[in-house]
Ligand binder design. Structure first.
Ligand code: BGC
Length: 486
C-alpha cells in the first residue's frame, strides 16, 4: 500500500502523534514544509512579477528569473526530415545519439545512442578536460556506428542557463546541478565544443543548434500535439520554457510572432523573495552546496536536493531522540547518502522503507519506518506544490497574453522526479487546477526531449534557415535585372 494513501496517512499521523507526542514539536520539523493554498497563490504572484522583470530591457540584468530568449520561433510543422547527431549534457547522464526524423511517417527515430559517464572529478575540473571528454565520446560513437565520414548537423542539449545570442552561439551564465568546471562561465559553449573536436583532429560536424532540455521537451511533444507550448523539467534540476509574444520580450527587436523563452525558474528566490518560506533545512542544503545563494527555488524542488533535505530532517529527529533510538548510522550521517530515488521507493510502500532503512544501517522499528515515510511524503509534496504554483503562473500568463477567458494548452514534461515518483504528477496536476482554474492543461510525458527533441530543434532551425536562404536567392533574382540596368 502506498504510504501517501489517505488511510495510511491517517495511521501514520496517529502513530506520530501517539507515540512521539511528547517529543515532536511540529514546527521544528515538518510543519514549515506544509504550504497552504494561500501561500502557493502568493508564491505564484511573486513569480508573475519576476517574469516581467526578466523580460524587461532594463530590469533584466538584475532579475533572478532570467527569461532567456532561445531563438526558437516555431514548433515543428511536420515537414522536418534528415539525420542528426545529438549530445545531451546536464541531466542524469551524458549521452550521444544518432536520430532520424522521417517526414512521411511523422516520426522521430532514435537510431543509436550511447551513455558516457562523467566522473565526479571531471564535473569539478577544467572546462577543457570536460569538452575533450565530450569530443572523444562523440568520436568513439561515430567510429563504432560508421558515421565518421558523414558531416551531420548536431543538436546540443546543454541544460544550464545560457545567454543565447544565436541558435549556435550560447554563453554559459553559470553552472548548476553539481557542475563547476573552470573557464566555461562567460564563454560560448559551441565554440568550446568545436575547438575540442578540432583538437581530436579526427572528424567534422555540421551546423550546431544549442538546446535547453526544456525546449527539447516542448519540441518533442510539439511534434505530436501542436498545442504544446510549454516544456517543463523536474529531474536533477528544474526549469520550464514557454511561447511568449515577441512584443513582450523587450530585449529582442520585433513586434510579431512568438519566441520560446527559457525561464530558468530555478533562480526564483535568489534575491531573497522566498526567504519567508525557506526552512532551516533548505538554508543548510544551500549553504553546503557548491553554488550557495543561487538556484534557491531549484534547491527546494529538484532531485539533486530532495534526498538531502529528507536526510537533514531525519538527522535532526534522530539527534532529538525521536527516531532510531537516537542512533545516527554512518550512512545517515553522510551528506548525499540518502538518495532522492529512495523517496520514490519509500513512498511506494512501507516494505521498501524497511529495506532502505536496513541498508542505511539504521536500527528501526515500525514507527520509525512510518515516520520516515511521512517525512518523504511531506517534502516531495512541497516540491510538487511549488512546481504547480510556478506552472500556474506560466499558464495564467499565456491566457492573459492572448486575452482569453479560457486557455486549453499542453505541457510537455520530463525528469526523473516527475516520472518516477508514485504520486508527484497527480499532486502537481491537482494543485495547478486549483491555482489556474481557467486553464485546461494536458500533460504529456516527453519521449526523450533531450535527445530526439534536440534533433527536432535542429531540424526546425534547418528548415527555417533553408526557407530564409530561398528568400535571399529570390531577392537576388529579383534585384539582378535592376542592378544590371543601373
Ligand atoms: C538548469 C536549466 C535546466 C534545468 C533542468 C537547471 O539547473 O539551470 O537550464 O533546464 O536544470 O535540467
Amino acid at each position: 500500500e502506498s504510504c501517501s494513501s489517505s488511510s495510511v496517512h491517517v495511521r501514520l499521523q496517529q502513530s506520530v502523534r501517539n507515540v512521539l507526542k511528547p517529543f515532536v514539536r511540529d514546527k521544528h520539523y515538518l510543519q514549515p514544509f506544509q504550504l497552504s493554498p494561500e501561500t502557493l497563490q502568493e508564491v505564484s504572484a511573486r513569480l508573475r512579477k519576476d517574469l516581467l522583470r526578466g523580460l524587461g530591457k532594463h530590469s533584466h540584468h538584475k532579475a533572478p528569473v532570467k527569461m532567456l530568449p532561445t531563438f526558437v520561433r516555431a514548433t515543428p510543422d511536420g515537414t522536418e526530415k534528415g539525420d542528426f547527431l545529438a549530445l545531451d549534457l546536464g541531466g542524469t547522464n551524458f549521452r550521444v545519439l544518432h536520430v532520424r526524423v522521417e517526414e512521411e511517417a511523422q516520426k522521430v527515430l532514435k537510431m543509436d545512442s550511447q551513455i558516457c559517464a562523467i566522473p565526479q572529478e571531471m564535473m569539478l575540473g577544467t572546462g577543457e578536460q570536460l569538452f575533450d571528454h565530450i569530443a572523444t565520446c562523440l568520436g568513439d560513437f561515430l567510429e563504432s556506428h560508421n558515421l565518421k565520414c558523414q558531416t551531420l548537423p548536431l543538436g546540443f542539449t546543454f541544460s544550464f542557463p545560457c545567454e543565447q545570442l544565436e541558435i549556435d552561439k550560447s554563453i554559459l551564465i553559470r553552472w548548476t546541478k553539481g557542475f563547476n568546471c573552470s573557464g566555461v562561465e562567460g564563454k560560448d559553449v559551441v565554440q568550446l565544443l568545436k575547438e575540442a573536436i578540432q583538437r581530436t583532429g579526427d572528424y567534422h560536424i555540421g551546423s550546431v543548434a544549442m538546446v535547453n532540455d526544456t525546449v527539447g521537451t516542448m519540441m518533442s511533444c510539439g511534434y505530436k500535439d501542436q498545442s504544446c507550448e510549454i516544456g517543463m523539467i523536474i529531474g536533477t534540476g528544474t526549469n520550464a520554457c514557454y511561447m511568449e509574444e515577441i512584443k513582450n520580450v523587450k530585449r529582442i527587436e520585433g513586434e510579431d510572432g512568438r519566441m520560446c523563452i527559457n525561464t530558468e525558474w530555478g533562480g526564483f528566490g535568489d534575491d531573497g523573495s522566498l526567504d519567508d518560506i525557506l526552512t532551516e533545512f533548505d538554508v543548510e542544503v544551500d549553504k553546503t552546496s557548491i553554488n550557495p545563494g543561487v538556484h534557491i527555488f531549484e534547491k527546494m524542488i529538484s532531485g539533486m536536493y530532495l534526498g538531502e533535505i529528507v536526510r537533514l530532517v531525519l538527522v535532526k529527529m534522530t539527534k532529538d531522540k525521536l527516531l532510531f533510538k537516537g542512533q545516527i548510522s554512518e550512512a545517515l550521517g553522510t551528506s548525499g547518502r540518502f538518495e532522492t530515488k529512495f523517496i520514490s521507493e519509500i513512498e511506494d510502500g512501507l516494505e521498501n522503507a524497511k529495506k532502505i532503512l536496513t541498508e542505511l544501517g539504521l536500527d528501526w522499528g515500525l514507527v520509525d519506518a512510518s515516520v520516515v515515510c511521512l517525512v518523504c511524503d511531506t517534502i516531495s509534496s512541497r516540491s510538487a506544490y511549488l512546481c504547480a504554483a510556478a506552472l500556474a503562473t506560466l499558464v495564467n500568463r499565456i491566457r492573459n497574453n492572448r486575452k482569453l477567458d479560457h486557455l486549453k494548452t499542453t505541457v510537455g514534461v520530463d525528469g526523473t522526479v516527475y516520472r518516477k515518483h508514485p504520486t508527484f504528477s497527480s499532486k502537481l496536476q491537482k494543485a495547478v487546477r486549483l491555482l489556474a482554474p481557467q486553464c485546461d492543461i494536458t500533460f504529456l510525458v516527453s519521449e526523450d526531449g533531450s535527445g530526439k527533441g534536440a534533433a527536432m530543434v535542429t531540424a526546425v532551425a534547418q528548415r527555417l534557415a533553408h526557407q530564409s536562404r530561398l528568400l535571399e536567392e529570390k531577392t537576388v533574382y529579383i534585384l539582378t535585372p535592376y542592378l544590371q540596368k543601373h
